[in-house]
Design a protein around this ligand. Structure first.
Ligand code: PGA
Length: 272
């Protein structure tokens, strides 16, 4: 065995031990995909899946299928949530659902401020921050999405932008409430494009965000907020991305639609 091969072997062992011990939150965002028979097939495939003891798996379907999730995942390790909700408890808000409604069906997570909500439905940080507050008050864990577009990345002024999104998104909660929040860094240029940020780019940005969280909210809270990466994550790139420092898990769109692929991602993140 030459020195290169030995180096590779040692690296493989280190990677395996990191993946075997680090906890990851793996969230699948189905967006507006699947009809009922496909939803049932997915749930039948995943309901009895043994995810292992350290990673948390969450699937986020379109709202009409929550009743199937409640039914089929009743005894499952796999958790679920909603892709959006409104900050009010009830009332004349056509087309919206509340935290209470999501909870009625067993949803435990909510994706908020996704770039598609921001760009297509023109949701701003103020709206997101009100939803974050409502989630925290109603025992739903908000997954607050942030991320720059390609122009901001190229012109190198994305960092103040990310800070603004975090500060404003979290502006209506404080202290220990912050411990319920999850942040997902999703560069818009990497979402659904097949173009992933490199592990170096992810590490650099995540370390920057982590430092900001610690400076802004104190070291204990700043260290504990899970920081997910999202944007064209799949079975081929997830291992390298998982090794980037300060990555606590992934928000996965396209690659979460297939139950086998989603479970395989968890297997990889278990060091298998
Ligand atoms: P993608 O979507 O994995 O298909 O890029 C990620 C997301 O939008 O959350």
């Amino acid at each position: 065995m030459d020195s290169k091969e030995i180096e590779q072997l040692v690296r493989n062992e280190i990677v395996k031990s990191i993946l075997e011990t680090q906890e990851f939150l793996i969230v699948g965002n189905w967006k507006m995909n699947k009809l009922k028979p496909e939803v049932i097939e997915f749930l039948d495939d995943i309901a009895n899946y043994d995810c292992g003891t350290k990673n948390t798996l969450v699937v986020i379907p379109p709202n009409p299928y929550l009743y199937l999730f409640e039914d089929k995942l009743r005894f499952s390790q796999v958790l679920y949530g909603v892709q959006n909700l409104f900050s009010k408890e009830k009332g004349a808000f056509t087309g919206e659902i509340s935290c209470g409604m999501a909870r009625d069906f067993g949803a435990q997570y909510a994706i908020l401020g996704h770039s598609e909500r921001r760009t297509i439905f023109l949701e701003c940080d103020v709206i997101t921050s009100k939803k974050v507050r409502s989630c925290v008050q109603n025992q739903i864990k908000p997954i607050v999405c942030i991320g720059e577009d390609l122009n901001q990345r190229k012109s190198n002024d994305y960092k103040p932008f990310l800070i603004r999104q975090i500060k404003e998104g979290l502006s209506r909660i404080s202290g220990n409430e912050l411990l319920n929040v999850i942040i997902a860094y999703e560069p818009i240029w990497a979402i659904g494009t097949g173009e992933t940020a490199t592990p170096d780019q992810v590490e650099e940005t995540h370390m920057f965000i982590r430092k900001f969280l610690e400076d802004e909210y104190g070291s204990e809270i700043g260290k504990s907020i899970p920081l997910l990466y999202g944007g064209s994550v799949n079975t081929s790139n997830v291992k390298e991305l998982a090794l980037a420092q300060s990555v606590s898990g992934f928000l996965i769109g396209g690659a979460s639609l297939n139950a086998q692929t989603f479970m395989e991602i968890n297997e990889i993140l278990n060091g298998k």
